[in-house]
Design a protein around this ligand. Structure first.
Ligand code: HEC
Length: 139
């Protein structure tokens, strides 16, 4: 119960931050979110890494996860699996990244604002997402 409570608090803080961003009509671009995914996710969610999980190691692969009912629901971070699992407390089963460290509140806010603003990704050739940093400790 304790974990769920703090999670809800984080979610409401982020929602408040998001509403503020939307008021100013400055949606967060993909360029702001890319480093978050490169530092925390694509070490595992890359090609041939997770047999049963879709890769999002480039923008075309990521685009396949965006849409109503999909992992990323444009305009609705709270309904997006992609966002729900990063705001879980570390010890919550299914929290992402699953081991090592949670993403920072600033990173959560960027992810939330990007999804709230429509989860746009650049058109044209795919942009590769390269794992950066040492990644989660279990790697
Ligand atoms: C250490 C490796 C690793 C890292 C890093 C990682 N994931 Fe995962 N992810 C997994 C595994 C393994 C699964 C499958 C979990 C399962 O089936 O219970 C998964 C599943 C998921 C799912 C589906 C979860 C569900 O319950 O539907 C999403 C969405 C996801 N990851 C997003 C992310 C995001 C976003 C990041 C970065 C913030 C991230 N992951 C970082 C290994 C990782």
């Amino acid at each position: 119960m304790k974990a769920l409570f703090s999670c809800g608090m984080i979610a409401s803080l982020l929602t408040a931050g998001c509403a503020g961003l939307n008021e100013h009509k400055t949606p967060v671009s993909f360029a702001a979110v890319r480093p978050v995914l490169e530092a925390n996710c694509v070490h595992c969610h890359g090609v041939n890494r997770l047999a049963n999980m879709p890769s999002f190691s480039d923008t075309h692969a990521l685009a396949k996860l965006i849409g109503p009912g999909n992992w990323i629901v444009p305009g609705h971070p709270e309904a997006s699996r992609f966002y729900q699992i990063v705001i879980y407390a570390d010890e919550h089963p299914g929290a992402m990244p699953p081991t090592g460290h949670a993403i920072s509140k600033a990173e959560m806010a960027k992810l939330s604002a990007w999804i709230a603003g429509g989860a746009s990704i650049p058109e044209g050739s795919p942009i590769k997402l390269n794992p950066r940093g040492r990644g989660p400790r279990s790697m």
